[in-house]
Design a protein around this ligand. Structure first.
Ligand code: 2HA
Ligand code: ZN
Length: 271
């Protein structure tokens, strides 16, 4: 068996969460990540028959049976993951009953996965239907994105349009737009279902007055989506109260999307 502390997926989780903490997005226990791992790769580091304990997931996920995820722990701080990944992260496999997680590694202090696991797993299910290569679901509390949800309408089209207008890159990075949910209680199946429903259409879902979800094939792609929204939201918060002399016109957004050959949400523009 190889040493799991040298596994590339552990390194990625450590580096990504440390980076997000330093960006100020993940105060205290804010934020959570789930990353679907390649089974063959995991079994180079862990004995597949060694289940430490089982933990109910609170709903049934038949399409994820046998899938393995590394998931941040509930109540754990992104700040601390780099120093102690084995306490703050866990590797779980969805058991044959589809309702139980088998702990293969981690949560060393007796802990468990994030309270947002329903939103994560339901989002994985939704995104995998659209893109079988999807691997990462990331939730975080980026400051300007959150600020923007205080002062902007929480509507998919209007929110996406404002973000697209902020900088030329946005429509290129997420031509599929951003889904937006109103304020909701977090940590339950209801917000999980609502998030996953949005994930049928979007790789980005904003939770009003709470944070954002991103989905992607890799950690970089997923982080990059959220980072680009956050950059645009920062611009919005810097200029929203100032007179606007210039903006990217809708026909210019079309020109960018067409120049890059993108399949974009035409219905989100006012043409
Ligand atoms: O895990 O971010 O939404 C802490 C949270 C809950
Ligand atoms: Zn949160």
């Amino acid at each position: 068996m190889k040493d799991i502390f040298n596994a590339p997926f552990i390194t990625e989780m450590r580096k990504t969460t440390a980076n997000m903490y330093r960006l100020g997005w993940d105060e205290r226990n804010g934020g959570n990540i789930s990353y679907m791992l390649d089974e063959n790769e995991v079994y180079e580091y862990l004995d597949q028959s060694n289940v430490i304990r089982t933990i109910p997931i609170g709903f049934s996920a038949p399409t994820l049976v046998g899938k393995i995820f590394i998931v941040t722990g509930t109540g754990k701080y992104f700040k601390n993951i780099d120093d102690d990944p084995e306490t703050n992260l866990g590797i779980i496999r969805i058991a044959k009953d589809a309702c139980t997680a088998e702990l293969l590694w981690g949560y060393r202090d007796g802990g468990k996965f994030t309270s947002e696991l329903p939103a994560h797993l339901m989002s994985h299910i939704a995104r995998l239907k659209k893109d079988p290569e999807n691997r990462v679901i990331m939730h975080t509390h980026p400051t300007a994105t959150l600020a923007m949800t205080h002062i902007h309408e929480l509507d998919d089209k209007k929110f996406t349009h404002t973000i697209w207008e902020m900088c030329t890159e946005c429509i290129v990075v997420f031509p599929d737009g951003i889904g937006v949910l109103p304020w909701m209680v977090c940590g339950n199946n209801e917000i999980g279902t609502a998030t996953a429903e949005k994930m049928n259409d979007y790789r980005l879902v904003v939770w009003g007055l709470h944070g954002i979800y991103g989905a992607g094939k890799t950690m970089d792609e997923t982080f990059g989506l959220i980072e680009t929204v956050e950059k645009a939201a920062q611009l919005y918060m810097m200029i929203a109260h100032l007179p606007h002399k210039n903006t990217i016109l809708d026909r210019e957004l079309v020109a960018v999307a067409e120049a890059f050959g993108l399949d974009y949400r035409k219905d989100f523009l006012n043409l």
